[in-house]
Design a protein around this ligand. Structure first.
Ligand code: NCD
Ligand code: ZN
Ligand code: ZN
Length: 417
């Protein structure tokens, strides 16, 4: 058979490991079998081959704040983290909320992205969905201020927006915090920040969305276990930082994020739900800020922490240690986001895109912010153990080879409109 190449290793396919081989042609998986007759094989031996990850929540800051991150630096960081695809949020300068702004961002991505990409447009009021839906992959609404300060002008418009979304067949990610429910900001610490932007304020915002009885919404970065319970059966995501960090850790402003880090008890309960497969999606909410931007008094520091490169490696390490079932991780970082965006990936099976990441489970490393490839050069997970991929393929392109970038701006848009 005329394949382009065949890889061998321990392949995660159909929910199990298969010691076998994957044949690839034109970027598509042709066969997954114990043995394939072919001369040109890339033999990964004992390494595991997992579907590449899909991160549906990143802020690559271009245009507008390119000293914090660019499409190029963010997407290089993504592929070093075993991802094939990211979807970029609209809180840029200017915000991605017009046809021109969307097209500008897409043309930067086409020239500079190393990973496959999609874009969100932000909804500031009625009429936006109708106007922009053919240009974007999905939408974003902020119910409370976060970086960029682009809050939905009039929350009364939500009902109308949900009807527009249903007509457009596009969905909308919601930053669910209710600013009217914020408490007083007394203690300028991570714990004080959590008391201020509380679980209650997250709950009020989520209930607002649930009261619309619409399937067009997806709740971003749910931070409290009780709120994850409210969302049973709905589309929502959690972040690695809410699963792994708490407000008692000595992170200072480097742990300041919206919604805030919670108590160790809440973190533990949220992780338990993740492990039990009760949370459909894991997304980084990669929100980089420079060291200088963050190294200021607590109330002056911007919210947001980087994570696109560390998500998959942190969780592959937890899977190796049997703390998170691999199946749960693949559901949350590969299969479910692929379904949400209609991407023909997320699985290593015949006729899917040949996008996979290769991990040597015997090579755990300690995360060091300055060794990561994004621009911020710090990580709230400094010192955590992680397993980074040695090789990554996107649609058959060998973008990371033996630990180094091996492609050039070969990212493609996830959907052609
Ligand atoms: C994000 C950012 O910096 O863009 N910050 C954050 O704290 N999560 C915005 C957001 O997702 O709310
Ligand atoms: Zn947000
Ligand atoms: Zn975000």
């Amino acid at each position: 058979m005329g394949y382009d190449f065949v890889v061998s290793g321990r392949i995660w396919s159909k929910g199990n490991f298969l010691d076998g081989e994957i044949a690839v042609k034109d970027g598509i998986i042709q066969e997954v079998k114990p043995h394939i007759n072919f001369i040109h094989k890339i033999d990964f031996g004992n390494k595991v081959i997992l579907p590449a990850g899909i991160d549906m929540h990143v802020h690559f800051r271009e245009p507008g704040m390119t000293y914090k991150e660019t499409i190029e630096s963010g997407s290089i960081s993504a592929i070093y983290g075993g991802l094939s695809t990211y979807v970029d949020m609209p809180n840029n300068v200017p915000p991605t909320s017009s046809i021109d702004a969307i097209q500008d961002k897409l043309s930067i991505m086409e020239k500079h992205s190393y990973a496959d990409y999609g874009v969100y447009a932000f909804i500031g009021g009625k009429g936006v969905v109708k106007k922009l839906s053919v240009y974007v992959d999905a939408f974003k609404i902020y119910l409370a201020p976060s970086t960029g300060n682009i809050v939905l002008n009039n929350p009364e418009d939500l009902k109308e927006i949900s009807i527009e979304l249903a007509d457009s067949k596009k969905f909308c990610v919601v930053h669910a915090e209710d600013s009217a429910s914020f408490g007083p900001f007394k203690e300028h610490t991570l714990e004080g920040y959590s008391a201020y932007r509380s679980c209650q304020s997250e709950k009020v915002a989520i209930e607002k969305i649930l009261s619309l009885y619409s399937d067009s919404f997806h709740i971003a970065h749910v931070s409290c276990p009780s709120n994850a319970d409210l969302l049973k059966g709905k589309s929502f995501e959690v972040t690695p930082h809410h699963l792994l960090l708490n407000y008692n850790m000595p992170l200072g402003t480097f742990g300041k994020v919206n919604p805030p880090l919670r108590s160790e008890h809440d973190r533990d309960l949220l992780m338990e739900k993740f492990v039990n497969n009760e949370i459909p999606i894991l997304a980084s909410d990669h929100a980089p800020h420079s060291l200088e931007d963050k190294d200021v008094p607590f109330d002056k520091a911007p919210s947001g922490i980087p994570g696109v490169e560390t998500t998959y490696p942190l969780f592959v390490n937890l899977a190796k240690k049997s703390k998170v079932p691999l199946e749960v991780l693949i559901n949350a970082l590969c299969i479910n986001p692929a379904r949400k965006f209609g991407i023909n990936g997320g699985l290593i099976e015949k006729s899917k895109e040949a996008s996979f990441a290769v991990f040597d489970l015997h090579q755990a490393k300690t995360i060091k912010g300055k060794h990561l490839h994004g621009k911020s050069e710090w990580s709230p997970f400094e010192g955590f153990e992680a397993i980074f991929p040695t090789d990554v393929f996107i649609r058959g392109i060998h973008v990371i080879k033996n630990g180094f970038v091996n492609a050039n701006h070969s990212g493609k848009r996830i959907s052609k409109i």
